[in-house]
Design a protein around this ligand. Structure first.
Ligand code: PRP
Ligand code: URA
Length: 208
């Protein structure tokens, strides 16, 4: 898929291993996830436009840079919240919207239960955050909702993707760049990514 970027480095490989390990406790899980989020953010930032500005050092005026578009982060509740802190630390002026989607565990269809985004949606780069791209139903729905409200510069940041989810994104939203730290083998018969890491929301918040 041409819009898929798999972000990898030795630190990510190590941290994905922590995330996959079923013995990893919540605080370790959150810390590993946050470290991977920094790497994802750096990779995604390579697509940000910058503009040249003057900056006065203690010695002279020289060339500096400022990031041009406003950035809006949109975590998909609940598991997407786990990625927000790292992205906010790297992009401190970012605004944050929220989309509440939950999979119906029988139909696997996403159900919207919350929506609130900043008004600058159509003039900002919007980074949707969700660690898991499984069937792709939630991500595809989130992007459809955001497009309906005017967003047009969109990116998806995930941690683990299944081929089925990547396929759905490329069919429903072919223009949207998808970043992930791992492309896993497949979905199992109840829609979980395998080998995966289990339920990202439950493992982040200790609701297993
Ligand atoms: C998880 C995950 C995604 C969704 C992915 O959320 O965070 O939002 O499933 O699955 P899909 O690609 O098949 O739609 P979940 O519904 O478990 O809700 P939670 O974040 O509240 O745990
Ligand atoms: N949601 C998760 O949290 N994990 C999966 O494997 C699939 C969907």
């Amino acid at each position: 898929m041409k819009n898929l970027t798999i972000v990898q480095n030795p630190l990510i490989l190590r941290d994905i291993t922590y995330l996959r390990n079923h013995e990893t406790r919540e605080y370790q899980f959150r810390a590993a996830l946050k470290r991977i989020a920094y790497s994802l953010c750096i990779e995604i930032s390579k697509s940000f436009k910058t503009e040249v500005i003057d900056v006065e050092t203690p010695l002279e005026i020289t060339e500096g840079h400022r990031i041009k578009p406003e950035i809006i982060l949109v975590p998909v509740l609940r598991a997407g919240l786990s990625l927000v802190d790292a992205f906010i630390e790297m992009i401190p002026y970012a605004k944050v919207g929220h989309i509440g989607l939950q999979r119906n565990e029988e139909t696997l269809e996403p159900v919207e239960y919350y929506y609130k985004t900043p008004k600058e949606l159509s003039t900002s780069k919007v980074i949707v955050l969700d660690p898991m791209l499984a069937t792709g139903g939630s991500a595809s729905a989130a992007f459809s909702f955001l497009k309906q409200r005017g967003a047009n510069d969109l990116v998806f940041a995930s941690l683990i993707a299944a081929p089925e989810g990547v396929e759905k994104m490329s069919k429903d939203h072919p223009e949207i760049p998808v970043y992930t730290a791992s492309l896993d083998r497949q979905l199992n018969d109840v829609g979980y990514i395998v080998p995966g890491l289990g339920d990202a929301g439950d493992r982040t918040f200790g609701t297993l």
